[in-house]
Design a protein around this ligand. Structure first.
Ligand SMILES: NC(=O)CC[C@H](N)C(=O)O
Length: 313
């Protein structure tokens, strides 16, 4: 199925409209007080192809905090600086089937977090980054992979989470008591909270997804921004665990390696060098954007983007 530009744009707009129809099913995150101020009506999508063409509909230039989407960038950075052996001696690769902030498995099954896409795993990932200034290195990486040098920290969201993040504190101290976490829990948490509070737009995420879909190569310059072996690891973990305890159902229905955040963003990696970013802060019970998921499902079905699809784009 080869589509012309107008047809793709029409599909995006239809997907946005259908996404709007399900917003009432969700709620904005409020456990981080600052996030409760989000505009419940926001919804947007941007699709970017490696040939430079770009499609968008709705609120795709509104900045929001990336929250858990930061887990994919920090994993890339930890693998780049500390290497595979160190990272995966401290963190597993298995989905949990539990909430993103669950503490359960650490006590019951394994002292190592199950994977880097849940909070416990991302806190350990942050501790693995080898850099004199881990947050600055993270920010540099995000700016490069999103091709946007203006990306910055949202101070109020950062302070709000730092003040109220007792559950993440519990996780970090438990990990410390089991000797999984190197360094001071408060220092590692500070880096983690900052990373979650970096602001991006749906368009930034589309660019990032496009780079990952293109095996880490910037199609404009030919530069290998991320080693393809690292891209493969991160993409696989996004497919298995990127939508928390909804990852299985999402994989069946949408079938694109994706990562969501409670700020309302989703970054999806589609076949054929396509990246998609969505933004809609109304979340379902699992903490995933209801509007974003609906849009991605429609795009997957209409454009044949499921990883096991055979259609041409
Ligand atoms: N699911 C998320 O996006 C969680 C990120 C959030 N900063 C937290 O740690 O709770």
């Amino acid at each position: 199925m080869v589509m012309d530009k107008e047809e793709i744009q029409r599909i995006l707009e239809k997907a946005l409209e259908e996404g709007r129809n399900v917003l009432y099913e969700g709620r904005v995150a409020s456990y981080i007080p600052e996030l409760a101020k989000a505009n419940s009506g926001n919804l947007g999508v941007c699709l970017m192809r490696k040939d430079g063409t770009e499609y968008s509909a709705g609120d795709c230039n509104i900045p929001f905090t990336m929250q858990s989407i930061s887990k994919t960038f920090s994993l890339i950075l930890a693998l780049q600086t500390a290497g595979y052996d160190k990272v995966f001696s401290k963190i597993g690769m298995e989905p949990t089937g539990d909430r993103f902030d669950s503490i359960l498995q650490l006590e019951l099954k394994d002292w190592r977090p199950f994977n880097p896409m849940i909070n416990a795993g991302a806190i350990v990932t942050a501790s693995c980054i080898e850099s004199p200034d881990p947050f600055q290195s993270f920010l540099d990486l995000v700016r490069r992979l999103c091709a946007n040098p203006r990306i910055s920290l949202n101070e109020s969201v950062y302070r709000s989470e730092k003040k109220t993040g007792t559950r993440n504190r519990s996780i970090a101290y438990l990990l410390k008591s089991d000797n999984v976490l190197d360094g001071e829990p408060e220092e590692v948490l500070d880096v983690y909270f900052r990373m979650c509070s970096v602001m991006v737009t749906a368009r930034d995420l589309a660019h990032y997804g496009m780079i990952l879909s293109n095996h880490g190569v910037d199609p404009q310059t030919g530069e290998q921004l991320v080693d393809s072996t690292i891209v493969r690891i991160v993409t696989t973990l996004m497919m298995l665990c990127g939508m928390y305890d909804e990852s299985g159902e999402y994989a069946v229905k949408v079938g694109m390696p994706s990562k969501s955040g409670v700020g309302g963003g989703i970054c999806a990696i589609a076949r054929h060098g396509i990246g998609i970013g969505t933004f809609g802060p109304m979340l379902n019970k699992k903490g995933n954007s209801v509007g974003g998921e609906r849009i991605l499902r429609i795009l997957s079905e209409s454009l044949g983007l499921h990883v096991f699809d055979t259609k041409e784009f």
